[in-house]
Design a protein around this ligand. Structure first.
Ligand code: AMP
Ligand code: ZN
Length: 150
Protein backbone atom coordinates (compact mmCIF):
# COMPACT_ATOMS: atom_id res chain seq x y z
CA UNK A 1 0.00 0.00 0.00
CA UNK A 2 1.59 3.26 -1.10
CA UNK A 3 0.58 5.36 1.93
CA UNK A 4 1.57 2.73 4.53
CA UNK A 5 4.73 3.66 6.44
CA UNK A 6 5.70 0.03 7.03
CA UNK A 7 5.23 -0.82 3.33
CA UNK A 8 7.64 2.06 2.68
CA UNK A 9 10.15 0.41 5.04
CA UNK A 10 9.68 -2.89 3.14
CA UNK A 11 10.21 -1.06 -0.18
CA UNK A 12 13.23 0.80 1.24
CA UNK A 13 11.79 4.21 0.34
CA UNK A 14 12.15 5.39 3.97
CA UNK A 15 15.08 4.48 6.22
CA UNK A 16 15.01 1.89 9.00
CA UNK A 17 17.57 0.18 11.20
CA UNK A 18 17.10 -3.43 10.18
CA UNK A 19 17.86 -6.46 12.33
CA UNK A 20 16.72 -9.11 9.87
CA UNK A 21 15.17 -9.44 6.42
CA UNK A 22 14.11 -12.45 4.34
CA UNK A 23 11.49 -13.21 1.67
CA UNK A 24 8.53 -12.94 4.06
CA UNK A 25 9.41 -10.58 6.95
CA UNK A 26 11.50 -7.60 8.04
CA UNK A 27 12.63 -6.78 11.60
CA UNK A 28 13.82 -3.30 12.56
CA UNK A 29 14.31 -1.04 15.55
CA UNK A 30 11.25 0.89 16.78
CA UNK A 31 12.02 4.56 16.25
CA UNK A 32 10.20 5.54 19.49
CA UNK A 33 11.21 2.59 21.69
CA UNK A 34 9.39 1.85 24.93
CA UNK A 35 12.65 0.27 26.07
CA UNK A 36 16.10 -0.15 24.59
CA UNK A 37 16.02 -3.17 22.30
CA UNK A 38 12.41 -2.57 21.21
CA UNK A 39 12.20 -4.42 17.87
CA UNK A 40 9.29 -4.58 15.42
CA UNK A 41 8.80 -7.47 13.01
CA UNK A 42 6.45 -7.09 10.06
CA UNK A 43 5.32 -9.25 7.14
CA UNK A 44 6.31 -7.92 3.74
CA UNK A 45 2.73 -8.48 2.65
CA UNK A 46 0.44 -5.62 3.66
CA UNK A 47 -2.36 -6.84 5.93
CA UNK A 48 -3.81 -4.97 8.87
CA UNK A 49 -4.50 -7.94 11.13
CA UNK A 50 -2.66 -11.13 12.02
CA UNK A 51 -5.49 -13.52 11.10
CA UNK A 52 -5.54 -12.10 7.53
CA UNK A 53 -1.98 -13.25 6.80
CA UNK A 54 -1.30 -16.54 5.01
CA UNK A 55 -0.58 -19.19 7.69
CA UNK A 56 2.98 -19.72 6.45
CA UNK A 57 3.77 -16.01 6.82
CA UNK A 58 2.11 -15.85 10.25
CA UNK A 59 4.12 -18.83 11.50
CA UNK A 60 7.34 -17.42 10.09
CA UNK A 61 6.66 -14.04 11.70
CA UNK A 62 6.28 -15.58 15.16
CA UNK A 63 9.31 -17.85 14.68
CA UNK A 64 11.40 -14.88 13.58
CA UNK A 65 10.40 -12.81 16.62
CA UNK A 66 11.23 -15.73 18.93
CA UNK A 67 14.68 -16.04 17.32
CA UNK A 68 15.25 -12.32 17.77
CA UNK A 69 14.15 -12.65 21.40
CA UNK A 70 16.82 -15.30 21.88
CA UNK A 71 19.39 -12.93 20.39
CA UNK A 72 18.20 -10.09 22.66
CA UNK A 73 18.45 -12.36 25.73
CA UNK A 74 22.02 -13.27 24.75
CA UNK A 75 23.01 -9.66 23.94
CA UNK A 76 24.42 -7.04 26.30
CA UNK A 77 20.81 -5.84 26.88
CA UNK A 78 20.25 -9.03 28.95
CA UNK A 79 16.54 -8.62 29.73
CA UNK A 80 14.89 -10.69 32.47
CA UNK A 81 11.78 -11.16 30.32
CA UNK A 82 10.19 -9.85 27.14
CA UNK A 83 6.76 -8.90 25.82
CA UNK A 84 5.62 -10.27 22.47
CA UNK A 85 2.81 -7.85 21.62
CA UNK A 86 0.44 -7.34 18.68
CA UNK A 87 -2.03 -4.44 18.73
CA UNK A 88 -4.43 -6.02 16.24
CA UNK A 89 -6.61 -3.12 15.10
CA UNK A 90 -7.19 0.56 15.98
CA UNK A 91 -9.44 -0.22 18.96
CA UNK A 92 -6.50 -2.19 20.40
CA UNK A 93 -4.20 0.88 20.15
CA UNK A 94 -2.82 -0.04 16.71
CA UNK A 95 -1.43 3.17 15.21
CA UNK A 96 0.21 1.72 12.07
CA UNK A 97 -2.32 -0.34 10.07
CA UNK A 98 0.18 -3.00 8.94
CA UNK A 99 0.66 -6.13 11.07
CA UNK A 100 3.63 -5.77 13.42
CA UNK A 101 4.81 -7.72 16.44
CA UNK A 102 6.57 -5.77 19.17
CA UNK A 103 9.43 -7.41 21.04
CA UNK A 104 10.01 -5.51 24.26
CA UNK A 105 12.72 -6.21 26.85
CA UNK A 106 11.65 -6.09 30.51
CA UNK A 107 13.65 -6.07 33.73
CA UNK A 108 12.85 -7.09 37.28
CA UNK A 109 11.60 -4.04 39.15
CA UNK A 110 11.00 -1.89 36.03
CA UNK A 111 7.18 -1.84 36.30
CA UNK A 112 6.92 1.79 37.38
CA UNK A 113 9.34 3.18 34.79
CA UNK A 114 7.72 1.00 32.11
CA UNK A 115 4.23 2.31 32.96
CA UNK A 116 5.51 5.91 32.98
CA UNK A 117 7.04 5.36 29.54
CA UNK A 118 3.74 3.90 28.27
CA UNK A 119 1.94 7.04 29.48
CA UNK A 120 4.40 9.25 27.56
CA UNK A 121 4.09 7.19 24.34
CA UNK A 122 1.26 9.35 22.83
CA UNK A 123 3.63 12.34 22.93
CA UNK A 124 6.37 10.61 20.89
CA UNK A 125 5.58 12.61 17.76
CA UNK A 126 6.23 15.81 19.73
CA UNK A 127 9.42 14.60 21.41
CA UNK A 128 10.80 13.02 18.20
CA UNK A 129 12.73 9.78 17.65
CA UNK A 130 15.47 8.65 20.06
CA UNK A 131 19.13 9.14 19.17
CA UNK A 132 20.05 7.07 16.13
CA UNK A 133 23.43 6.07 17.56
CA UNK A 134 21.83 4.25 20.52
CA UNK A 135 19.45 2.43 18.14
CA UNK A 136 22.39 1.52 15.88
CA UNK A 137 24.48 0.23 18.77
CA UNK A 138 21.67 -1.95 20.10
CA UNK A 139 20.86 -3.17 16.58
CA UNK A 140 24.51 -4.17 16.08
CA UNK A 141 24.50 -6.09 19.37
CA UNK A 142 21.25 -7.93 18.52
CA UNK A 143 22.35 -8.69 14.94
CA UNK A 144 25.67 -10.14 16.15
CA UNK A 145 23.84 -12.56 18.46
CA UNK A 146 21.17 -13.37 15.87
CA UNK A 147 23.88 -14.73 13.59
CA UNK A 148 24.58 -17.34 16.31
CA UNK A 149 20.91 -18.34 16.88
CA UNK A 150 19.84 -21.41 14.87
P1 AMP B 1 1.34 0.27 17.35
O1 AMP B 1 0.93 1.30 18.35
O2 AMP B 1 1.22 -1.13 17.87
O3 AMP B 1 0.66 0.46 16.02
O4 AMP B 1 2.88 0.48 17.14
C1 AMP B 1 3.44 1.14 16.06
C2 AMP B 1 4.89 1.32 16.41
O5 AMP B 1 5.57 1.72 15.23
C3 AMP B 1 5.16 2.39 17.47
O6 AMP B 1 5.84 1.80 18.57
C4 AMP B 1 6.01 3.42 16.75
O7 AMP B 1 7.00 3.97 17.58
C5 AMP B 1 6.61 2.60 15.63
N1 AMP B 1 6.98 3.34 14.42
C6 AMP B 1 6.24 4.24 13.74
N2 AMP B 1 6.89 4.69 12.66
C7 AMP B 1 8.09 4.04 12.64
C8 AMP B 1 9.22 4.08 11.77
N3 AMP B 1 9.26 4.87 10.69
N4 AMP B 1 10.28 3.31 12.08
C9 AMP B 1 10.27 2.51 13.17
N5 AMP B 1 9.22 2.42 14.02
C10 AMP B 1 8.15 3.18 13.77
ZN1 ZN C 1 1.72 -1.74 4.74
Amino acid sequence: MTDCIFCKIVAGTIPSIKIHEDDLVVSFMDIHPLRRGHVLTIPKEHQQQLHLLPPETRAHLVNTVARIAEAVYRSSLKPDAVHYAVNDGPAAEQTVPHVHMHLLPRYKGDRMSFMMRLLRKPFDLVTGPVAGDVLMRDADAIRAELARVS
